[in-house]
Write a protein that binds this ligand. Sequence first.
Ligand SMILES: N[C@@H](CCC(=O)N[C@@H](CS)C(=O)NCC(=O)O)C(=O)O
Length: 199
Amino acid sequence: MPTLYGAPISPFVRKVMVALAEKGIAYEHEPVAPAIAPPEIPRVSKDLSPLGRIPAYRDADFQLADSSVIIAYLERFEEYGDGGLAPIIGGKIFFQKVAGPAFFKQPTDEAVVNKAINEELPPLLDYLETQFGNTDWLVGRSFSIGDIGVATQFAQASLCGVSPDAKRWPKLTAYVHRALARPSFADAIAKAKAMLGLK
Ligand SMILES: N[C@@H](CCC(=O)N[C@@H](CS)C(=O)NCC(=O)O)C(=O)O
């Protein structure tokens, strides 16, 4: 279980407390003071927080300081979508199958598509499959910006008629259906399909 370090009277500690609560992430809380506090008060260690400020956060084998950094970590899947999935799903599959033919009069290079689907994407999907415990969403119990960042890439794949193999990635497949069925995604996908002339 992660540990949050910092007294709850700090507005920055409170940011992280609220983010953790909104996400339904269980954590231990050590209500330590900043390092500048008098020595008789339990203070954050400089190992945890090099500037001696609160909050700090420890999860498994790593630690973070600064509320913005901690909250960005809690949303880490957003960048997994942008930096991990997008170059393959968008840059290769969508470009080759949809954008290239439609907007650049460029025929699909099936070899690029097949390599992306059969070799490049599976390790990323394997990782995502391990990220669902008993929860519906990637971070805690709530739908978050992390889910938006990941699911938008699967929406892009769906515009190409590509979806994860439900036998190999059952949890991920259910997750993608759950995310893309939300009215927010359904509406945005319908508009993309209309623009591409897809049903
Ligand atoms: N940008 C930091 C600000 C943290 C901060 O300034 N915390 C105050 C407590 S409310 C602190 O530790 N002050 C002690 C100091 O600056 O030495 C964050 O968002 O975590």
